[in-house]
Write a protein that binds this ligand. Sequence first.
Ligand code: RIB
Ligand code: CA
Length: 296
Amino acid sequence: MRKLIIDCDPGIDDALAILLALASRTDVDLLGVTCVRGNVALDKTHANARRILAAAGRLDIPVLRGLAGPILSPARAEAKAHGTDGLGGLDLPEPELPVPEMTAADFIRQQAALYPGEVMLCPIGPMSNVAVALLSDPLLAGRLHSIVFMGGAAFCPGNMNEHAEFNFLGDPHAAQVVLQSGARLVMFGLDVTLQAKIEPEHLDRLRRNGNRCSVLAADLLQVYAARDLHLHDPCALAWALDPSLFHGIQARVHVITDSGATFGQSVATPDPAGNCLVITGVDQERLFDLLIGRLA
Ligand code: RIB
Ligand code: CA
């Protein structure tokens, strides 16, 4: 059973990744969800994570607040694909539960120390929280099982401009801290996530499942697909469930943090001794079968 922490900026595709983890209780033990500013402001990403867990009946899972902006660069505009509230305007109630005092970075460090070598950290937003956790605890990189992140564009153009992908551009310095941390890294960049294309039949199949989480996923994707057809974040989560869905190459990856047109660009060079396994392909049909099957 893989112990997992999802660090996220919900965000509709983040929400799908959380639902997929919750629907896979025999494969993953979701220790907690940590939130960061990204698609929308921190107050909204944190509230949205609580709303999703409440909708799935899992208020036992702690939701921790993290950084309200990047560690060094100015905060960027919010994303449009997720609606102004970050969850497509769906009226999901926020639970009354008190908010834990512990910060996201402290929670990540605490769990890695509790379960040395076991925790897979899955950042699917800007990696500000992960960078703070790594910088404040020199032992963390070695204690984590791995960091499996959605971000960057290794061998393809970005989605914010021709150079940069949203999560890396959201906090390039944080991404560079993660890339040079020495932790075991698996990168789900646009190279693979742009292959995870939502089709109308996927929504039909989710609705035919008929259960609450499948219908919620279909409602969320209905809104999201109007602006972005790609299931970025669930790809990173699916790695924890079935790595055989994917293939990739080991590479040396760094992020450009100098200001200018390429700010936030990920630069990758194939290298068997590289710092990062860059995922470059997915069996799209099997990925959606996994998502739709698990949510049922
Ligand atoms: O570029 C895609 C990423 O940006 C996804 O994580 C999506 O949720 C947004 O955060
Ligand atoms: Ca995200």
